[in-house]
Design a protein around this ligand. Structure first.
Ligand code: FAD
Length: 474
């Protein structure tokens, strides 16, 4: 069969790949999008962001019904139909997947379902159900993403040992669940299972949870976890897992000198992600990888092969869908000859725990590590009328400000809906806004967004709902 010729081939249809394919088509390129899964959308849609947030939302209701008793509204204990929950979640994924496929069609993006493999720097072989097809391209964007890391000591082939992919399927609700790793995936999925009724034990090798988040932002999540989970243990490692009948035996090293053996019904391993760079034929190109296996790129997302670009999880950095999406925009503009580069781009982070944690720009820990002089203001949500109406005063809005220019360098928020609120902080940092800009922008009342305005007012020593004297520079 003759090879298909195209200007651009995109390998992988996750939030990086399909965004790149669509944008390039919008800019007039002839594009082929290659995806091995039946449904487009990548990890994010199929086994990441969307299913996890659907389950977090569904199970939040369970927690809400408990809490509402204190407000004089009581409910009968919830009945759980896990099969129906799965069907509902799947329906969301189907709808979104169909939406992406429809958008590809309307833009004239040719979707090829099959596994892509580079024969050389200008040819991709695609293994489709109908057989092999060859695509000759002028440029290729690799957006093949990442998969859960499963260290050898945990990889027993026992279905009771799950990664996030299996955990999202909710096969059942285990009585005792061990979560290894207290990063955002472990904490989010631990929250889902705890709300469904599992006794959840989370162990983390480091001395804190949610690496990357400032300690004051993580603290309310620790408080929640200490109540909602059976145990949250930091500085604790799982040395080994073994099958023990219908359970899993975990050998735990808590640093006390003696190893402990504990039994669990299921184990979720959430210890990080590894790039999908194997069996891609990269050795037939000039593409180089770093020591962790991620593809090396320059600020224009170009690899060491002039015809090949890499974006999203496979290009390393923070492994988040919106980072992949933004890289898609930069990469396509670079292909089209524009001067776009990945420079000074603020990538917010959101952890959808209870409460949510979100931050953007410079963190307090980073400022300290850099020895950078900053002023920090913290507006406690106990002073927010809106937080009280939600019964959620366990929040905090924090601004990290340059004391000389008064520019907002970083924003951190912990609390109900922090994930939605952080966008304003991200925009403020991107636009070079000052504390005065935030303080003088009228925010609607009563909303949690006012906490950003009041935090900025605190910088000037006159927040309406919090009494502060003008502090010295920290
Ligand atoms: P991916 O989404 O990984 O997509 C890569 C695609 O490439 C896949 O569809 C794969 O099938 C395909 N592929 C791989 N190899 C080949 C090949 N050889 N040929 C053809 N196709 C191939 N991020 C957030 O921003 N917010 C969240 O709330 C969030 N929650 C998450 C929750 C969980 C449980 C997990 C696991 C991840 C979460 N993420 C979240 C991370 C997010 O899913 C990833 O950062 C994002 O999906 C990366 O996008 P990508 O386009 O780089 O690759």
């Amino acid at each position: 069969m003759d090879p298909i010729k195209t200007e651009l081939v995109v390998v992988g249809a996750g939030p990086g790949g399909y965004a790149a394919a669509f944008y390039a088509a919008d800019l007039g390129k002839k594009v082929i999008l290659v995806e091995q899964d039946k449904r487009l959308g990548g990890v994010c849609l199929n086994r990441g962001c969307i299913p996890s947030k659907a389950l977090l939302h569904a199970t939040e209701l369970i927690a809400e019904t408990h809490d509402s008793a204190a407000r004089g509204i009581t409910f009968a204990p919830p009945q759980l139909d896990v099969a129906k929950l799965r069907v509902w979640k799947e329906a969301i994924l189907t709808k979104l997947g169909q939406g992406i496929a429809g958008l590809a069609q309307r833009r004239g993006v040719q979707v090829m379902h099959g596994r892509g493999y580079f024969e050389d720097s200008r040819t991709l072989r695609v293994e489709t159900e109908a057989g092999q097809q060859f695509v000759q391209f002028e440029k290729a964007i690799i957006a093949v993403g990442s998969k859960p890391a499963l260290p050898k000591a945990f990889d027993l082939g026992n279905p009771r040992i799950m990664t996030s992919t299996e955990a999202l399927e909710i096969e059942d609700v285990p009585a005792e669940l061990l979560v290894i790793g207290a990063g955002y995936i472990g904490m989010e999925l631990g929250t889902v299972y705890a709300r469904l009724g599992s006794r959840v034990t989370v162990v983390e090798a480091l001395d804190s949870i949610l690496t990357g988040a400032d300690a004051d932002l993580a603290r309310p999540v620790v408080k929640f976890a200490e109540k909602a989970f059976k145990q949250l243990r930091v500085k604790t490692k799982v040395a080994k897992l073994a099958t023990a009948g219908k359970q899993i035996k975990a050998v735990i090293d808590d640093g006390s000198g003696a190893l402990k053996e504990e039994l669990y019904d299921r184990v979720l391993v959430s210890v990080g992600r590894v790039p999908n760079a194997a069996d891609l034929g990269l050795e037939n190109t000039k593409v180089e990888r770093d020591d962790k296996g991620f593809i090396k790129v320059n600020p224009r997302l170009e690899t060491t092969d002039p015809a090949i670009i890499a974006i999203g999880d496979i290009a390393g950095g923070v492994l988040l869908a919106h980072k992949a999406h933004k890289e898609a925009r930069v990469a396509v503009e670079a292909i089209c000859g524009e001067s776009s580069v990945w420079e000074n781009i603020i990538v917010p982070a959101v952890v959808f725990t209870d409460p949510e944690v979100a931050w953007a720009g410079l963190t307090e820990a980073e400022a300290a590590a850099q020895g950078r002089k900053v002023e920090i203001v913290r507006f406690p949500w106990g002073a927010s009328g809106r937080a009280l109406t939600f019964d959620r005063i366990d929040g905090l809005t924090k601004l990290i400000i340059d004391p000389e220019t008064e520019r907002i360098l970083g924003v951190g928020i912990v609390g109900h809906g922090a994930g939605e609120l952080i966008a304003e902080g991200t925009l403020a940092i991107e636009m070079g806004a000052t504390a005065r800009d935030l303080a003088e922008t009228v925010h609607p009342h009563p909303t949690l967004s006012e906490t950003l305005m009041e935090a900025a007012e605190m910088f000037f020593g006159h927040a309406t709902h919090a009494y502060v004297r003008k502090r010295c520079v920290e």
